[in-house]
Ligand binder design. Structure first.
Ligand code: CO
Length: 131
């Protein structure tokens, strides 16, 4: 575990959220992309040596859309950077931890990712991101 890779935030308006993070925290956009099969438009922002991922749902009936409807804008997930996503998922699976992804998959911005269920963490969705 090499530390936090990013914090994921669900937003209603991506342009407004980017402008807000730029004005409040001096953030700059590192990547921005629309991923129809994941139902999101996303921006990865850089703030110094750290990153914030802003997520806007493309439709209400998507994972982030359902999250927004239920909980409103705000913290969506916390992502930890690891050397080997498959190994981390296998380690947790062997311990009986509730996972969303049994195997690594292609995440946003070409990253290899795997998600841990919020039930396992006390309420916050957790993501592993490969280096
Ligand atoms: Co993420």
């Amino acid at each position: 575990m090499s530390g936090l890779h990013h914090v994921g935030i669900a937003v209603d308006d991506l342009d407004a959220a980017i402008a807000n993070y730029e004005a409040l925290f001096g953030a700059s956009v590192e990547h921005r992309e629309t991923v129809p099969d994941q139902g999101v438009e996303a921006a990865l922002l850089r703030v110094g040596g750290s990153r914030v991922e802003l997520l806007r749902p493309l439709e209400p009936d998507t994972p982030v859309g359902r999250f927004l409807a239920k909980r409103g804008p705000g913290l969506h997930h916390v992502a930890f950077e690891v050397a080997d996503v498959a190994a981390e998922l296998a380690r947790l699976r062997a311990d009986g931890v509730q996972l969303i992804d049994e195997e690594p998959r292609q995440g946003l911005f070409g990253l290899q990712v795997g998600f841990v269920h919020p039930e396992a963490t006390g309420g916050v969705l957790a993501e592993f991101v490969g280096r």
